[in-house]
Design a protein around this ligand. Structure first.
Ligand SMILES: [Zn+2]
Length: 239
């Protein structure tokens, strides 16, 4: 029975590993997709900020043109002022000059504000670019690792399944049937270690007498609480 028990322990470890690998295989595409979405989102945010800065630059260029036109029309009005003879015409031109000057001054203010904003955004964008590069680099590195994982899982599963078959062949059919039934009913864990009188399957205490029996390793013992096959695991050895 000692040999059967040790084979059962091995089988449980292998089956748990197979379950882990299969779950990993299922979750990998989602993880990869999440990374891709994360990178694309960072790129999207950066492009948006870049576009905003381009718009500001565009607005700045338009203001400069307006400013140029404004100063030309101011020049024209001022030279007309020297030519007009009648007083009402003179007053009208003065008023015109005043209007142009006000407008020019407003455009000038906007240019100053725009330049400050552009300056600030340029600094921010440089930091954003650096951040994006980091996100991209780290994301792509993780993607490469996940890709490698995905490639190796099938080969790993194949070799583990071969080992599983070998162990199954060496087990008593009755023991194996019990194991499979338990595994199905107990969410994949049929054989569990016990240490310090506590079953690691259900976390309940087992009777002291049973614990003593368990340490002898002589027959298959079943947890009185969760019905799993138990074995004594000396965790005091782990340091
Ligand atoms: Zn138990």
């Amino acid at each position: 029975m000692k040999e059967q028990l040790s084979k059962l322990i091995q089988l449980q470890k292998i089956d748990s590993e197979i379950a882990r690998l299969k779950a990993r295989k299922v979750s990998l595409p989602g993880e990869q997709e999440q990374l891709r979405v994360g990178i694309a989102a960072a790129e999207g945010r950066f492009d948006e900020r870049k576009k905003e800065l381009e718009d500001l630059n565009e607005r700045h260029r338009a203001c400069e043109k307006e400013m140029q036109k404004g100063s030309e029309s101011l020049k024209r009005s001022k030279s007309r002022l020297l030519e007009v003879k009648k007083n009402d015409e003179y007053q009208a031109t003065l008023k015109e000059i005043d209007t142009i000057e006000r407008k020019n001054s407003a455009v000038e203010d906007e240019i100053i504000n725009l330049l400050e904003e552009i300056d600030r955004r340029n600094t921010d964008l440089a930091a954003d670019r650096e951040h994006l590069e980091t996100v991209r680099k780290q994301g792509e590195e993780k993607l490469r690792l996940l890709e490698k994982d995905a490639e190796s899982i099938d080969a790993e599963l194949e070799s583990i399944v071969a080992g599983e078959r070998e162990i199954r062949d060496g087990l008593d059919p009755d023991v194996l049937r019990r194991y499979d039934l338990l595994r199905e009913r107990r969410n994949g864990s049929a054989v569990v270690p016990v240490w310090n009188e506590v079953c690691s399957g259900c976390h309940m205490n087992i009777p002291p007498q049973l614990y003593i029996e368990l340490r002898k390793y002589e027959k298959l013992h079943i947890c009185p609480n969760c019905n799993r096959i138990m074995y004594w695991e000396n965790r005091a050895d782990e340091h």
